[in-house]
Design a protein around this ligand. Structure first.
Ligand code: PGA
Length: 256
């Protein structure tokens, strides 16, 4: 019922020239994929190149790593939803933990960005996740509860399934430490029940919840077998087209 979604978050890596050869290698290796949605989320400068490449290869959907909540204006260095839509961008990451911790993004900003994205027809990939200290002090549910409720405040139930929620425990991002499938599943089940409480059960059941944090070809299949894990947001292991293609294949295997 929920199509699995794999999103490659390249962060601040790969030039547009490198992006071109990446796509060629990835498509060659991955072949035909029917039951998994694939999103590539490059730097802004590579979006035009990928828009062109993905136009020829409908297999790949395009995402952006950030956007500003205003439509236009004097916001030096920012990117608008309209600019992204004009390049056929479909998804946008909002509230990644690196944005929250390194660039001061708050739940309130996340909320404004979610609304702006939805109004423009972009699908938010809204990231939530606890730090190691928060996990150790037993406040995982409290932290995630706040991030989800604040980030999604004012979103209508009809719009919820357009949003992808990404659970990314901060302690697992780029550290090589992955949440075990059981640990991740426990949180995903909690997040789904939270969505059911905030919206309703049927829309919660249709909303995809991705896992992110040191996903690699080797741990993908087990994570993807969990009933509430609907895909992955992949950083480091998505930078190599062969490794990302292996993640796609491991996901397909988990579906069989
Ligand atoms: P990682 O990053 O796969 O390198 O841990 C995931 C993310 O930050 O989205």
């Amino acid at each position: 019922m929920r199509k699995k979604i794999l999103a490659a978050n390249w962060k601040m890596n790969l030039t547009h020239v490198e992006a071109e050869s990446y796509v060629e290698a990835f498509l060659h290796e991955v072949g035909e994929v029917n039951d998994v949605e694939i999103v590539i989320i490059p730097s802004f400068t590579s979006i035009p190149t990928l828009a062109q490449a993905s136009g020829n290869a409908p297999l790949i959907r395009l995402g952006a790593q950030n956007l500003h909540w205003e439509r236009s204006g004097a916001f030096t260095g920012e990117i608008s939803a309209t600019m992204l839509r004009a390049l056929f961008v479909k998804y946008v990451i909002i509230g990644h933990s690196e944005r929250r911790t390194l660039f001061g993004e708050t739940d309130e900003m996340v909320q404004k960005k979610v609304h702006t994205a939805l109004e423009a027809g972009l699908r938010p990939i809204m990231c939530v996740g606890e730090s190691l200290a928060e996990r150790e002090s037993g406040s995982v549910q409290k932290v995630l509860g706040r991030q989800v409720a604040e980030g999604l405040k004012g979103v209508s139930a009809d719009h919820l399934p357009e949003i992808v929620l990404a659970y990314e425990p901060v302690w697992a991002i780029g550290t090589g430490l992955t949440a075990s499938p059981a640990q991740a599943e426990e949180v995903h089940a909690f997040l789904r029940s939270l969505l059911a409480e905030l919206f309703d059960k049927s829309v919660a059941d249709r909303t995809r919840i991705q896992y992110g944090g040191s996903v690699k070809p080797e741990n993908t299949e087990d994570l993807m077998r969990e009933p509430n894990i609907d895909g992955a947001l992949i950083g480091g292991a998505s930078l190599d087209p062969h490794s990302f293609a292996r993640i796609v294949r491991a996901t397909e295997k988990a579906l069989r």
